[in-house]
Design a protein around this ligand. Structure first.
Ligand code: GDP
Ligand code: MG
Length: 776
C-alpha cells in the first residue's frame, strides 16, 4: 500500500520512502521517515495534489509523489506522535554572562573590539523570520503567509546595536538544499561564516523545526534559538521547559512572539552575547551510542576521523561534513576533494551503516535526528491541545478548498479583487491623480508660456516628460491597490490554498500551482505580475512564468480594443474582447508548451508545500509592503521611463537634421515607422501612422489610441479596412509589452531576457496578425 491509496481521514504508518534524489531527501527532511504516522486530510478539487497531516502540520504533495511512499496500516498499539506531557513548570530563565550556562570566565574569547557581529536568521518557511527581522531591525521587509515569500536575502542592523548586521534568509527545512533559493541560505551560512546564527523555531510545530536546528548545531557557529509563536503555543495550553531544552541542545533558547514583540529584547541580548564571546554550541553529538545498535553513531565518528583534514582545508565544519557525506551529499563530497581510497572507505562505512541499521543512508540519518528530537520533545514540551487557529483553518478550508466550492470561490474572489481595483478603488484614485497631474501640467504649461520659455524646452517638459511620466504615474494607484488585495490574500494564507487548488491545471503547461498568482495579476498589469514572481520557489518556474505574463491581456490594452471595436465592429464589442482575452491565453498555453520543450526542459518543482494556518494579516506588515511596492514603482517611473519618454519625445519632435518640427509626419519617428511600414504591409497595416502608434504603444499601451487620434484626426474608418482592424487588434494584443513591463523583466532576469522577450512577442504578434489577415 502507498500513501496515495489512503482514503480521506485514514491514517497509516510510513514503512519505506521511495523515489530518489532531492525530492526524497526533502520528504525525509520534512519528517516523512519510517515510523511516522500520516493522515490524509483532503484532495484538491481536481483530484490532485493531496493534503496530508504529518506530525501535526499540513503538507501537500502530488498523487504521483505520494505513490512513492510505502505505508502500512497503523497497528492498534500505535506509536504516539504526541511529544509527551513534560513537566514545564516555570523556573527562571538562566541569565547572561557568568551566571549563565554558556559562559565561564576561563575560556572566554571575545571577538576584537569593533568587529561587526554578523548574524544569519535561519529557519523554516513561515516560522516568522521576516516578522522577527522587522522587529530586530525596525525595517520593512515583506512578510507573507506563503512559503517562499522572502526570496532574496535582506540585511539590516539590529536597532540599538550599531555594530551588528542581520541577514534574513529564505526559509529552509534542512541543510540539504531543495530549491535554488534554499541553496542561497545554505551557501550563506557555509561560505559567509556569520559570527552567529539566530535560529527561529516555530513552537507550534516544534518537531519538524528542530530538524534544521540539529544540522545548524553541527556547524559549530555560535547560535541562539528563538522559539517563536509562543503566544499561540501557550494560548492553547502548551508550554516548553526552556531551561531543560537549553541543556539538551547546548545553546540558549529564548521563547518569543515576534508578531507581538515579546521576548525580542532578551533574544537580542543573548544573540549579541554569544556572538561577542564566540560561544559555540555546547553539544553537537546527537547520535546516541545506544540508538538502534549505534550503527549511525559509529559511522559518523568513523567518517569524522576519515575526513578531518580535508574538512579543515575546505573550511567546512567537520561534523557537518561527515553527516552530509553519509547522506550522500554530492556538493560536499566535491568540496572535500577526497582521494580514491578515502572515497572507497567512505562508501564502505556508509554501506556498513546501511546494513546494520536496515535503512538506506538518507533515511538512517533522518531517523537519527528525529530520534533525538523526539527525546528532546518528550522531556521538554507539553503539547498544546488542537489549536483554535488550526480548527478555524480547517473550517475555512472546507469551503475554500472544497471539492465543489474551491474553484468557484477562487474565481469569485479574483473577480472581486479586479472589480474593486480597476473599477472602484484604484479607478477613483487614478482619476484623482490624473486630475492632479493635469492641473500641474496646465500650471507648468502656463508658467512656461508666461516666462517665454524656449519652445523646444517647453515641448520637452510638457509633451515629453509630463505626458510620458505622468501617464505611467497614473497607474500607481492601480498597482498599489492590486498589491494591497494580493498581500491581504497572501498574508492570510489563502494564496497557498490557491496554488493547491490550481496545481493540476498549471501542471499541464509545465508549471506548478504557485504560478497562478503572477499570471492572474498579468490581466491587471504586467509590471506587478513580473514583480510577484518572486514568490516562486524555482528559478525555472520563475523565468517561465515571467515569459508568460505578457500573454495575459493587461488592462492598458482595453482602450485599444474599445477604440477599434467601436469604430469597426459596433455592437460586437463584448464578443470580440472576450475572444481577444482567450486568444491571449491560448497563445500563452502554446508558448508555454514550446518553452517546455526548448528553454525550460525538466519538470516543474514537485508540489511539496506546507499549508500554513490562516492568520489575520497585520496592518503594519501590509502598510510596509505597499510602501515598498510604491517606492519600487516610483523609482522606475523616474529612471527608466523618464529616459524613455525623453527619447521618444526627441524622435517625435525632431527631423533627421535635428530641426525642431511641428508636423510629426516628418519626424525621425515617422521615418523609422516608414522603414517598418513594409513589414506591416502583409498584415494590411502598411501605414506609417499605424506604425508610429504601435511604436508609441511600447511606451505605454494607452498611447496607441491617443497617437492614432492625433495622426488620423478622426478618420480611422476610411484609412483602414475591417480586416486590417482585426489584424491590428491581434497585433496589439500580442506584441511587445510596454517599456515599464520590459524594465521590470530586465530587473528580474537581466537585459538580454527582457530584450529577447520584447522581440519574441513582436514575432508572435506578427505571425498571428498575418494569419488573421490571410484567413479573414
Ligand atoms: P517567514 O516565512 O519565516 O519569513 O515568516 P513570516 O515572518 O512571513 O511569518 C509568517 C506568518 O506567521 C505571518 O502571517 C506572521 O504574521 C505570523 N507570525 C509571525 N510571528 C508570529 C508570532 O509570534 N505569533 C503568531 N501568532 N504569528 C506570528
Ligand atoms: Mg520571510
Amino acid at each position: 500500500m502507498t500513501l496515495s491509496d489512503l482514503s480521506i481521514g485514514e491514517s497509516a504508518l510510513v514503512c519505506k520512502v521511495g523515489g530518489n534524489g532531492e525530492l526524497r531527501q526533502h520528504f525525509l527532511d520534512m519528517g516523512i521517515i519510517p515510523g511516522t504516522v500520516i493522515t490524509k486530510v483532503k484532495t484538491a478539487p481536481m483530484g490532485d495534489p493531496i493534503e496530508y497531516d504529518v506530525n501535526g502540520y499540513e503538507l501537500t504533495m502530488r498523487l504521483e509523489d505520494a505513490g512513492k511512499i510505502d505505508v502500512e496500516s497503523v497497528p492498534a498499539e500505535s506509536p504516539s506522535t504526541s511529544s509527551g506531557t513534560a513537566d514545564t513548570t516555570k523556573t527562571a530563565h538562566p541569565g547572561l554572562g557568568e551566571g549563565g550556562r554558556f559562559h565561564t570566565k576561563d575560556d572566554e574569547d571575545p571577538v576584537p573590539e569593533g568587529t561587526t557581529l554578523t548574524y544569519a536568521l535561519v529557519g523554516n518557511q513561515n516560522s516568522g523570520k521576516t516578522t522577527l527581522f522587522n522587529q530586530l531591525t525596525g525595517s520593512n521587509q515583506h512578510v507573507g503567509n506563503f512559503p517562499g515569500v522572502t526570496v532574496d536575502r535582506k540585511d539590516g542592523v539590529i536597532r540599538g546595536y550599531a555594530n551588528t548586521l542581520v541577514t534574513d534568509l529564505p526559509g529552509i527545512y534542512s541543510m540539504s538544499p531543495y530549491t535554488s533559493e534554499e541553496l542561497i541560505s545554505r551557501d550563506f551560512v557555509l561560505n559567509e561564516k556569520p559570527r552567529g546564527i539566530i535560529n527561529i523555531v516555530d513552537a507550534t510545530n516544534i518537531q519538524r523545526n528542530l530538524y534544521l536546528t540539529m544540522q545548524l548545531l553541527e556547524l559549530n557557529i555560535p547560535m541562539v534559538i528563538a522559539l517563536n509563536m509562543m503566544d499561540e503555543m501557550t494560548g492553547n495550553g502548551g508550554s516548553v521547559n526552556v531551561n531543560k531544552m537549553e541543556e539538551l541542545l547546548g545553546v540558549p533558547v529564548i521563547p518569543i512572539s515576534a508578531s507581538k514583540n515579546q521576548g525580542v529584547d532578551e533574544l537580542i541580548k543573548h544573540a549579541v552575547h554569544v556572538a561577542y564571546y564566540q560561544e559555540k554550541p555546547l553539544r553537537q553529538d546527537f547520535c546516541d551510542v545506544n540508538d538502534s545498535g549505534g550503527a549511525v553513531h559509529r559511522a559518523i565518528h568513523a567518517v569524522i576521523h576519515l575526513i578531518h583534514d580535508h574538512a579543515e582545508k575546505a573550511g567546512i565544519p567537520v561534523r557537518f561534513a561527515a553527516s552530509k557525506l553519509l547522506e550522500g551529499d554530492k556538493r560536499i563530497l566535491y568540496a572535500l576533494d577526497l582521494d580514491v581510497n578515502e572515497k572507497e572507505t567512505l562508501e564502505h562505512i556508509t554501506l556498513q551503516m546501511e546494513k546494520e541499521r536496515g535503512l538506506d543512508r538518507s533515511a538512517a540519518m533522518a531517523d537519527m535526528r528525529y530520534a533525538y528530537i523526539k527525546n528532546v520533545c518528550t522531556q521538554t514540551v507539553k503539547k498544546p491541545h488542537e489549536s483554535k487557529e488550526r480548527i478555524r483553518s480547517q473550517k475555512i478550508d472546507k469551503l475554500l478548498t472544497g471539492k465543489y466550492t474551491g474553484i468557484p470561490i477562487f474565481i469569485a474572489i479574483m473577480g472581486l479583487v479586479f472589480f474593486l481595483t480597476f473599477n472602484v478603488i484604484g479607478a477613483f484614485f487614478q482619476g484623482l491623480l490624473e486630475r492632479g497631474i493635469d492641473a500641474l501640467t496646465a500650471l507648468v504649461d502656463t508658467g512656461l508660456t508666461t516666462v517665454n520659455a524656449n519652445p523646444v524646452l517647453h515641448s520637452l517638459i510638457i509633451d515629453g516628460i509630463f505626458a510620458g511620466v505622468g501617464g505611467v504615474l497614473s497607474f500607481l494607484p492601480i498597482i498599489v491597490t492590486l498589491f494591497l488585495f494580493l498581500s491581504l490574500l497572501e498574508d492570510s494564507g489563502y494564496i497557498a490554498r490557491v496554488a493547491f487548488v490550481m496545481d493540476t491545471l498549471l501542471r499541464k503547461i509545465g508549471l506548478s500551482g504557485r504560478s497562478i498568482v503572477p499570471l492572474l495579476i498579468g490581466f491587471g498589469c504586467t509590471v506587478p505580475a513580473v514583480m510577484s514572481t518572486r514568490i516562486l520557489p524555482s528559478e525555472r518556474d520563475r523565468k517561465m512564468t515571467i515569459l508568460l505574463t505578457p500573454f495575459m491581456s493587461c488592462t492598458a490594452k482595453l482602450p485599444i480594443y474599445a477604440f477599434f471595436t467601436a469604430a469597426f465592429f459596433p455592437g460586437r464589442g463584448g464578443l470580440i474582447m472576450t475572444g481577444l482575452y482567450f486568444l491571449g491565453i491560448i497563445i500563452g498555453i502554446l508558448a508555454s508548451l514550446l518553452y517546455r520543450k526548448t528553454l525550460f526542459k525538466g519538470e516543474p518543482v514537485p508540489f511539496v508545500m506546507e499549508l500554513p494556518n490562516y492568520r489575520l494579516p497585520s496592518v503594519k506588515n501590509t502598510a510596509q509592503l505597499l510602501w515598498e511596492k510604491a517606492k519600487d514603482f516610483l523609482e522606475r517611473a523616474f529612471t527608466v521611463i523618464f529616459i524613455a519618454t525623453i527619447v521618444i519625445w526627441f524622435l517625435q519632435s525632431f527631423d533627421l537634421r535635428l530641426n525642431y518640427i511641428h508636423d510629426s509626419s516628418k519626424s525621425i519617428l515617422a521615418l523609422i515607422a516608414g522603414f517598418l511600414e513594409p513589414l506591416f504591409r502583409p498584415l494590411g497595416l502598411g501605414d506609417w501612422r499605424i506604425c508610429t502608434s504601435l511604436i508609441s504603444g511600447v511606451m505605454a499601451k494607452e498611447s496607441v489610441v491617443s497617437t492614432m487620434e492625433i495622426l488620423f484626426a478622426g478618420g480611422i474608418t476610411t484609412a483602414l479596412s475591417a480586416k486590417a482592424a482585426a489584424s491590428m487588434l491581434v497585433f496589439s494584443l500580442l506584441y511587445s509589452p510596454c517599456i515599464a513591463a520590459i524594465a521590470s523583466v530586465k530587473r528580474e532576469l537581466g537585459a538580454r531576457w527582457a530584450l529577447g522577450l520584447a522581440l519574441w512577442q513582436c514575432a508572435i504578434a506578427w505571425i498571428c496578425a498575418l494569419i488573421v489577415s490571410l484567413v479573414l
